[in-house]
Design a protein around this ligand. Sequence first.
Ligand code: ZN
Length: 195
Amino acid sequence: MAILKIVQYGNESLRQKSKEISKISKKIKILAENMIDTMYANNGVGLAAPQVGENIRMFVIDVSLDNEPYNPIVFINPKIIKKEGASHEKEGCLSFPNAFVDVRRYSYVKIKALDIHGKPFVIEAKDGSLLSRCIQHEFDHLEGILFIDHSRNIFEAIKVLEENNLPTVQKDKLLEEKEIEELLIHSEDKAQNNE
Ligand code: ZN
């Protein structure tokens, strides 16, 4: 087992689109184990291969609660096959130490992937749960997309990054996400009317 070095925001590896894994070799299996160890060592709930400088399509997550047994899940060559609804919450990333920003996500996702033995599996994550958000966050890493690209408030994001001595927001990478934002505004209006 080994704890790997996590690359920080500003490193080009975080902005690259990662390559499919053609064979789950011994090397890939060891990398997956090391990524799990690295995630735990940094108190993270997810870690994607580009965050350890490997631009291949693999990520690991563990969203189990503190009082639950460890439950690491390895996703190889994942594909999001369904996404619906909208949610938002503050999110962070191991490549952005101490920076938390309010971001838009789908509330529901269905994803298929291969496990470490090459066996396909499907996971559904609902209701803007941590699992749902975490899957979308890590999947994005494989596309070179970062959580700050989903910022609801660009000024907040710029401020948070500045406070943490990180490079600023790359405005050309920001995702517009008009539909999802409208859904969010609509659901916030509804919540207010029910108060
Ligand atoms: Zn991340």
